[in-house]
Ligand binder design. Sequence first.
Ligand SMILES: [Zn+2]
Length: 266
Amino acid sequence: MPELPEIETFRRYLDHTSLRQKIRDVAVTRERILKGVSLRQLAGALKNHSFRKTERHGKYLAVDVGDGKQMVLHFGMTGCLHYVDPDDPDSRYARMIVTFDNGHRLDYDNKRMLGRVRLVDDFDDLIDELELGPDALEIGADAFDERLRSHGGAIKSTLMNQSLVAGLGNTYTDEILFQARIHPATPVDALNPADRKRIYRMMRKVLRKAIDVQGEPDRMPRSYLLPHRSDGAACPRGNGTVHRSRVAGRSAYYCPACQPRAGRKR
Ligand SMILES: [Zn+2]
């Protein structure tokens, strides 16, 4: 599932390929992906306009299309963007196809159709409506600490709660907790201030590193958990084996030797 680093990578890709080009046409192959907007309204807002600038909040990507409108993309469980040459076929799961005057196309690819395309007047209002917390890369240390303390439950599922901070999912929370040496099932109220500070620092470090490798977890440094994220793999610290277990209904990968359960000496 695309998380903050993947969406940031899509944002940069869109900036690099598609900004400031006149839009000739918009096609939607599955209207199910449209949320609160009809194809006619979307096409009206995009045709003869251009993508002016982009903004990301958590896992949402907003594209300014002029006239005070923003197209907002969410990618669901699977999804990506492809900039396609005029002679090339559209990507297999292209659900929205934006054609530019030069004949190139931007495909919004969404195999499982759990992503959504919206058209809004104000991205900040949508962020409020969706009850998203601050972006995980924007939030300051003190605000993070305060928000984290006010949430209950296991640390892994708490970090994945988009109303705490927006942008983290199953994959990168495993890495953050591995780096911070905290067991994923640790209750938030069992964390001490140093633990919370370490989680914050590791969240920033992991997200930045993941953006550097364009949101491809397997390309993370070999010393990280993600290239070894399978049950029984050797811990990259040479310290035990990677385990998989369920935490609050989600699978979590961690090293029990490096990330002992709360209550034991840490
Ligand atoms: Zn280990």
